[in-house]
Design a protein around this ligand. Structure first.
Ligand SMILES: Cc1cc2nc3c(=O)[nH]c(=O)nc-3n(C[C@H](O)[C@H](O)[C@H](O)COP(=O)(O)OP(=O)(O)OC[C@H]3O[C@@H](n4cnc5c(N)ncnc54)[C@H](O)[C@@H]3O)c2cc1C
Length: 468
């Protein structure tokens, strides 16, 4: 008999959901966490979850269904995600949300972010609260052990199946193993290898918002057992020197040619793509003194940002008037009495920037952004000197979803395209569920929770003698 039926590596959303399902199936579970506390990056998360066709939407009069999200999801990803994974994600999300709600995770709102055609971002009290709830539930099971401070360095194989884990000189045998070790945002070497271009496109330092232990350990484990690795999403937002995935939408942004190129109030799903298509992957934000003076913490400014941008203190700099002054002094923000002088300072073609500002002001006067359809309520003129400009770089890495290839049952797939018996994976350490575009708000939480549960159920079944 193995030491445990199911061993789960990692204790974020994916690990916890897997552990809860395996525990509920009655098998002996060990959850192993490299750090001194459970939660990983999940604990830092805003905790918004994407789902379509939920009771929470219906209660708010939002007409939606999983298939609508599925179509949107695969189309936005140009059909480059495996449809069976996307379908499972979209179709299982409402039930998983219901399951979370039954466990005590409260849904307090449903909001729309950026490119979505329906409000699908289910707002919770945040990742720390979710982990606390899940952890509390897990502690009620008598068949679950948790090992903290234990960094798994290898998968143990027996007779062609994964049958345990290794930590230094120690080995623990298992009926099945689930890898839920999170992303690789904190490991520049891994990023360089699996997201070529990400360091150059940052045009300087690359920030990430996950924990330092998002080291991409799953890649090492995958290579040991010959698992396929899929390079997928590395979701980035434009930032510098101010933080946050959602820019103050009332600013104007131009490219190196001094021309506007997108609706500045869009979510980072859209802004990432827009920035990537611009010369040097750079944008230049322009605003006037009136806008600068009106700045308070973004959470106090635009209603649609209130929830999406709570206290983004991880970068220490929110968009406030005082912070702009600080960054003028540091040379990060440019200030000039005329648009032409500002253009000169920023190295932009003067006539182009002046023309773009003039056109923008005309749109503001007309009350309609007939170019990029930015909502009228976030249109503000650029007319009061001094004028400010700041270079925006694609240097805020929100998450990575690069890793083991799995099928829709969360089985890890070998290089020979067959499942590796006894090995399952879920969450940010999996490639192929999240595509090249971060669709909507809460894409990753949906992925972790839906596939974490699938992995937990299937690993328990396999450990009890079922099929892979
Ligand atoms: C600030 C912030 C806000 C976010 N907001 C949202 C949001 O609103 N909606 C959304 O969908 N997504 C959001 N995300 C992304 C999302 O929260 C994460 O992608 C998700 O929580 C990752 O969960 P996970 O279980 O895959 O990994 P993690 O939560 O990172 O857990 C992995 C765990 O594995 C451990 N581990 C790693 N290697 C080993 C090893 N070798 N041995 C043992 N343990 C190991 C780690 O220490 C960690 O605890 C946000 C992320 C951040 C950081």
């Amino acid at each position: 008999m193995p030491d445990f039926d199911v061993v789960i590596i990692g204790s974020g959303f994916a690990g916890h959901c897997a552990a809860l399902e395996a525990a509920a199936a009655g098998v002996r579970v060990l959850m192993v966490e490299s750090e001194g506390a459970v939660g990983g990056s999940s604990k830092l998360s805003t905790g918004m979850m994407m789902a379509a066709g939920t009771r929470f939407q219906k209660e708010r009069g939002i007409d939606d269904e999983p298939d609508r999200l599925f179509r949107h999801y695969v189309t936005a990803n140009q059909w480059l995600v495996q449809p069976s994974l996307a379908r499972r994600l979209c179709y299982d999300a409402p039930e998983t949300l219901e399951w979370l709600s039954d466990l005590g995770v409260e849904v307090i709102d449903v909001i729309k972010s950026g490119e979505e055609d329906r409000a699908r971002g289910h707002v919770t009290h945040g990742g720390a609260a979710i982990i606390e709830t899940l952890s509390g539930q897990l502690n009620q099971f008598g068949n679950v052990d948790i090992a903290l401070g234990t960094r798994v360095d290898r998968l143990v194989q027996k007779d062609g199946a994964v049958a345990g884990i290794g930590v230094g000189a120690d080995e623990i045998s298992a009926g099945a193993v689930i890898v839920a070790t999170g992303g690789m945002s904190a490991n520049h070497d891994m990023l360089d290898r699996w997201m070529p271009g990400v360091l150059d496109q940052a045009n300087g330092p690359l920030y990430h918002q996950s924990t330092p232990w998002a080291r991409g350990d799953a890649i090492v484990l995958a290579e040991q057992v010959g698992a396929q690795i899929l390079s997928g999403l590395g979701s980035r937002a434009p930032a510098w020197p101010f933080g946050g995935g959602y820019l103050p939408g009332y600013m104007m942004v131009v490219n190196r040619l001094g021309r506007r190129f997108y609706n500045e109030s869009e979510s980072y799903s859209a802004s990432e793509v827009a920035f990537l298509s611009q010369p040097g992957t750079l944008g230049f934000m322009v605003f006037d003194d009136a806008s600068k003076r009106a700045m308070v913490r973004p959470s106090d400014v635009e209603p649609y940002m209130r929830i999406l941008l709570p206290e983004t203190d991880y970068l220490q700099q929110a968009w406030t008037s005082a912070a702009v002054d600080d960054h003028v002094a540091l040379g990060h923000v440019f200030r000039a009495d005329t648009i032409e002088a500002l253009a000169q300072q920023m190295g932009l073609p003067e006539a182009n920037l002046a023309g773009s500002v003039k056109r923008y002001n005309q749109l503001v006067d007309a009350g309609e952004d007939s170019d990029y359809l930015k909502p009228a309520e976030v249109l503000r003129p650029i007319t009061t000197a001094p004028f400010y400009g700041v270079q925006m770089k694609l240097n805020m890495l929100a998450l990575t979803a690069i890793g083991m290839r799995t099928d829709h049952e969360a089985c890890v797939i070998h290089e020979n395209s067959l499942p590796i018996p006894g090995l399952y994976a879920a969450g940010e350490c999996v490639g192929g569920v999240l595509g090249s575009i971060y669709v909507g708000s809460g894409n990753s939480v949906a992925n972790c929770t839906v596939f974490g549960r699938v992995a937990g159920r299937n690993a328990a079944r396999f450990a009890m003698g079922g099929e892979a």
